[in-house]
Design a protein around this ligand. Structure first.
Ligand SMILES: *Cc1c(COP(=O)(O)O)cnc(C)c1O
Length: 375
């Protein structure tokens, strides 16, 4: 592949920091970079609790445990997401219930959420938590979502795996609900190759999560355990990489947004496609540039044409209510995410992409849409 969808963009500063960590002898799990990476993120979010973990999925799992999700509980989850959001619910022995998107942000529809909570209250079974996803680097509409969830006393986890650096009404992504989760997987806006972070305004929650993430060891020399823990901590070496990447976050956000602006400009006159809508309140981070075509079939055709030129593109996330792994789960859907999934495509969006490469991709997209229009 010549052009990847969202490859890591790692420079000499990151290499230097990792070498320093190695030379300093900090290969063993914990170390100064781990604490410093957490402090960086805590300062950035304004929330004192930040726990570096081995993945965003691990962070979601511990977030669910931290808000008290138990086997047999229901957890409402955005249906339009990557499977990790829903998998974490199953790790707790709980059942996901999928909520559809709205057309204005592609994220959880606050009205469908309110309907589901009202019916749950009437049935006498409220969900134990809600996981709201910030898709493709854009926040959901948290004011109505949080107002409704507060009314019913249901805790909310923000799956901001894709949205580090985004804002909602000038507030940072990750801090818009009760607990926030970031991912530093290889394709995300910053990467530690694999990693994640849980953020919380409550330092006691952070302590509890850190304890669960390190095998739930009691403070005793002989390895005393009163409950089952997990091996979910990020390593110090990867935290050193994370610090270097985090220092470049503003640069990455600016570049990815500029790439999106360029795609929009180059395809502005093409009526047969639209980009992900960005509402006034959204300061998105530009993670992936997503298109929706006017008619079905074009997405497939464009994907194949790009592949033929060794350019990677991807369909949008296939909604969870359509995944065999979650067949039988309840859902409250109105075909919005089905529609976006059927028509959509993610274009190459990596921060190292050149303007010429963006122009090459846009020209191919244009030629395939027009091919369809002519036939
Ligand atoms: C990537 C992603 C995750 C999982 O993060 P990992 O670090 O890969 O475990 C969770 N939710 C969403 C929406 C994601 O995109």
């Amino acid at each position: 592949m010549r052009i990847w969808l969202s490859p890591p963009d790692v420079g000499s500063d990151e290499q230097h920091r990792m070498t320093q960590a190695l030379q300093g002898g900090w290969v063993a799990p914990a170390g100064p970079d781990l604490a410093a990476f957490e402090a960086d993120i805590a300062e950035f979010t304004g929330w004192p609790g930040a726990v570096a973990l081995s993945s965003g999925t691990a962070a979601l799992h511990l977030a669910l445990l931290a808000v008290g999700v138990q086997p047999g509980d229901e957890v409402l989850v955005s249906t339009f997401t990557f499977a990790a959001s829903a998998n974490a619910v199953r790790y707790c022995g709980a059942e996901p219930v999928f909520i559809d998107s709205d057309r204005t942000s592609w994220n959880m529809n606050p009205e469908l959420l309110a309907e589901e909570l009202a019916e749950g209250a009437a049935r006498g079974k409220l969900p134990a938590a809600v996981i709201v996803v910030d898709l493709y680097g854009q926040c959901a509409d948290y004011d109505p979502i949080m107002a409704t969830c507060r009314e019913y006393g249901v805790p909310v986890i923000e799956d901001s795996a894709e949205a580090l650096g985004a804002t909602y009404k000038d507030r940072p992504a990750g801090t818009l609900a009760d607990i926030g989760v970031f991912s530093f997987n290889g394709n995300k806006i910053i990467t530690t190759s694999g990693g994640g972070m849980l953020v919380t305004p409550d330092e006691e929650v952070a302590d509890r999560v850190r304890y669960l993430a390190t095998q739930a060891r009691q403070p005793a020399v002989h390895y005393e355990h009163t409950e089952v823990g997990y091996n979910y901590r990020l390593s110090n070496l990867l935290a050193a990489l994370g610090r270097g990447q985090f220092a470049r976050l503003p640069q990455f956000v600016a570049r990815r947004r500029a790439i999106n602006d360029l795609y929009r400009e180059l395809l502005d006159d093409v009526e047969e496609c639209d980009f992900m809508p960005v509402p006034d309140w959204s300061g998105w981070n530009g993670w992936l540039s997503c298109l929706v075509f006017a008619v079905p079939g074009v997405s497939h055709r464009v994907h194949n044409a790009l592949l033929g030129s060794e350019i990677e593109s991807r369909p949008l996330w296939k909604p969870m209510h359509r995944q065999p792994a979650f067949a039988g789960c309840r859902s409250r859907v109105d075909a919005t995410s089905d529609h976006i999934f059927d028509l959509g495509l993610c274009l190459p969006s990596g921060s190292a992409l050149t303007d010429d490469q963006v122009a090459e991709v846009a020209a191919l997209v244009r030629s395939k849409i027009r091919a369809r229009v002519r036939s």
